[in-house]
Design a protein around this ligand. Sequence first.
Ligand SMILES: [Zn+2]
Length: 90
Amino acid sequence: MVTAALKCPFCGSEDVRPYGTSNGKKRYACNNTECSHQTFYAEYTYNGCKPDVKKAIIKWTADGAGVRATARGLGVSTDTVINELKKKKR
Ligand SMILES: [Zn+2]
């Protein structure tokens, strides 16, 4: 049986350990001390909470997609897109 190696969604490290559960979802801790986050979930309930989607919001916007196009394309609400863009002032 092949199990997909679990990677930290923030730094890509495979050096992770189980860190209990929260709301019935498994939680993991990243062992990389330089990682920007300490814990993460293997599954997220909402698309807007996924680290990948947050990165994608920035990328889509940088590529010239509007707020509504980004929200539709990523399956999140326009509020999620706007909140995320307000957070990242780069
Ligand atoms: Zn990490």
